[in-house]
Design a protein around this ligand. Structure first.
Ligand code: TNX
Length: 597
């Protein structure tokens, strides 16, 4: 009798659930509506999942995975108003969100698709694709381990089923990227900082995803204008959202020196006290810098510090005039011209200075790279310049880091593992191609596609135009795998979008220039080439406008994107008066200064 009652109760509940499912509207976001486009998407419309008010995030008892779970819970709490506790166990995974490291997930046994031939052919991030069939649940443990290996260092698998969500990856970085996908699959109001009444439904199905290129980045120039630590942290958030994993900080230039060096204290006090337009500038203490690094590490973003040498050093020379040619202190510089300053390559004190600076910066930097600049040193003869770069490459090697430089360092001798950041505008660059043949790897930042300081259109209120106007289509319209003649995809480490800040003075302006172009760059760097499709990208991108608005993030409402109407309007770029001493962005002289060599 009791048994029959139980069964009847179960039946009634099942019937109510089925009726509820039939009545429930489908998830507002489609499974494929993710930027950057995932490698594989298998929708399973009957398997939508609605987050219950008592949802729990469960995670493998691994500290780094646990930290990703905490970040997932933290992003769910404000808008849902749910408590979302995190539990250190993946037992009893029904009804919540489960994050699992490595072999414990579920995978099908055999790949069903050829590897993406447009991408690099080898390496942990580029093994053959895993399979995500709707019938993939419940394979053997061996199949699980094989699947996790195929996800590589940053891939993930996301299974949304009506009884719960499972996220699996071989690494915490993979879990973190999976969380970014999950975030985009929730209704846009998940970005609200305060509770919203909403059905928190995720679209059913499976996504299996991993990056095309291991280096995916953006650069922030904190030298031309100084940006507070909080602003930099917010830029890290924007990168992480789109699965970008490197933040290059351009820490030094003519107009300001932005990282304190104990051995050379005047760099901070004198070199840091200026910026374009004559503002007060600023300088990160070692603690500030380490705070940025730690924040980035938690978001699986590697900070790449740049000390620009031997040119772009006027601020350093105001602090240590003995390093200037003829030993004469130059006046502080707050304009926007380039190419006039340099450390004296003939003076041994220059190399002691460089070693002091790079040793300290390396010590504060957990990532593998040190960027030595090397651009626009117009006043140093080419052979002297090449010997300087070779010595500095050696100093970087002594710190244990891998050297990165702008592609102008290509003519200098090869150094083990060195990386050139290419910022040209013509894909035909035999010197860079030759450096790649000698073993250099390339980060591609073609100025006419990836320079986010270029204006979108003639009426964009701020920015350069020396590399042309870059609307969203232009930012999206190139292929890193084939962009440079004679440079095979295997030599391409990845893609980076630099934001120079001669004309960018505030966080709102940074965001206005980054968004919506940064997601375009992210898609080029992450997604398999076969997913590349402007009209599909444009439609997926459009859904991010309301997300940014709800989160209070400024962006450019680019006219070529079909943004949905927003009831409360989007945050607008505050109109900034440009300081009188700063040449306007249309100044022909300023903009031809930067034509790449
Ligand atoms: C060129 S790209 C520069 C920077 C400028 C930028 C402006 C590069 C390595 N050097 O010094 O800020 O153009 O777009």
């Amino acid at each position: 009798m009791a048994g029959r009652q139980l069964a009847a109760g179960e039946l009634a509940r099942a019937a109510a659930r089925a009726a509820g499912d039939r009545l429930a509207p489908p998830a507002p976001v489609r499974l494929g509506d993710v930027v950057p486009a995932p490698e594989r998407v298998e929708p399973h419309p009957a398997a939508d999942f609605t987050l219950p008010a008592d949802a729990v995030v469960r995670v493998d008892p691994d500290p780094a995975a646990r930290d990703v779970a905490e970040q997932l819970a933290a992003l769910l709490r404000p808008a849902t108003g749910y408590p979302v506790p995190v539990a250190d166990t993946v037992a009893d995974p029904a009804g919540g969100l489960t994050l699992t490291l490595s072999g414990a997930g579920y995978y099908a046994t055999a790949p069903t698709d050829a590897p993406d031939t447009a991408g690099p052919a080898t390496g942990p991030d580029t093994a053959g694709p895993a399979t995500a069939g709707p019938t993939a649940a419940g394979p053997t443990a061996e199949a699980g381990a094989a699947g996790a290996a195929a996800l590589g260092a940053e891939g993930y698998r996301l299974d949304v089923r009506s009884d719960g969500v499972r996220l699996t990856a071989a690494t915490p970085a993979g879990l973190f990227h999976g969380v970014q996908t999950l975030r985009q699959l929730l209704p846009a109001t998940i970005e609200s900082p305060t509770p919203v009444t909403e059905r928190w439904t995720l679209p059913g199905g499976t996504i299996v995803d991993r990056p095309r290129f291991p280096y995916r980045g953006a650069m922030l120039d904190v030298a031309r204008h100084f940006f507070a630590v909080a602003d930099v942290l917010r830029v890290v958030d924007h990168l992480a959202r789109y699965k970008l994993n490197h933040l290059h900080l351009h820490l030094t230039d003519d107009q300001g020196w932005r990282i304190a060096v104990d051995a050379r204290p005047r760099l901070a006090t004198v070199g840091g006290a200026t910026e374009v337009g004559g503002g007060p500038g600023g300088c990160y203490t070692a603690a500030d810098y380490r705070r940025i690094v730690r924040y980035a590490v938690r978001r699986h973003v590697t900070v790449v510090p740049e000390i620009d040498l031997p040119g772009h050093t006027n601020a350093a020379l105001t602090a240590y005039p003995e390093l200037a040619p003829e030993g004469v202190a130059p006046p502080p510089y707050t304009g926007t011209a380039v190419g006039f300053s340099y450390l004296d390559p003939a003076d041994e004190r220059t190399y002691a200075f460089v070693a002091d600076v790079l040793r300290e910066v390396a010590a504060h930097t957990p990532g593998p790279y040190l960027h030595i600049g090397g651009d626009e040193t117009f006043k140093v003869p080419p052979d002297v310049y090449a010997r300087f770069v070779e010595r500095v490459q050696g100093i970087v090697a002594d710190t244990g880091k891998t050297v990165v430089g702008w592609h102008q360092i290509a003519p200098a001798g090869h150094a083990e593992g060195r990386i050139l950041q290419w910022w040209g505008t013509q894909g035909n660059d035999p010197v860079a191609a030759e450096a790649a043949r000698r073993g250099a790897r390339l980060i591609l930042s073609p100025a006419n596609h990836a320079y986010l300081d270029m204006r979108y259109a003639p009426d964009t209120p701020i920015g350069h135009d020396w590399a042309g106007l870059i609307d969203v289509a232009r930012a999206y319209d190139w292929d890193p795998g084939t962009h440079l003649d004679g440079v095979p995809a295997e030599a391409v480490l990845g893609v980076e979008a630099p934001l120079w800040t001669e004309f960018v003075t505030s966080l709102a302006e940074v965001e206005f220039m980054l968004l919506p172009r940064l997601p375009a760059v992210a898609e080029l760097a992450w997604s398999p080439r076969r997913t590349h499709d402007w009209s599909a990208f444009r439609d997926r991108l459009a859904g991010h406008g309301p997300r940014w608005s709800i989160a209070g993030i400024t962006f450019h409402r680019a006219p070529e994107i079909p943004w949905p109407a927003e009831p409360h309007g989007a945050p607008r770029l505050p109109t900034q008066a440009r300081p009188d001493s700063t040449p306007g962005p249309t100044t022909a002289q300023t903009d031809t200064n930067h034509a790449p060599a």
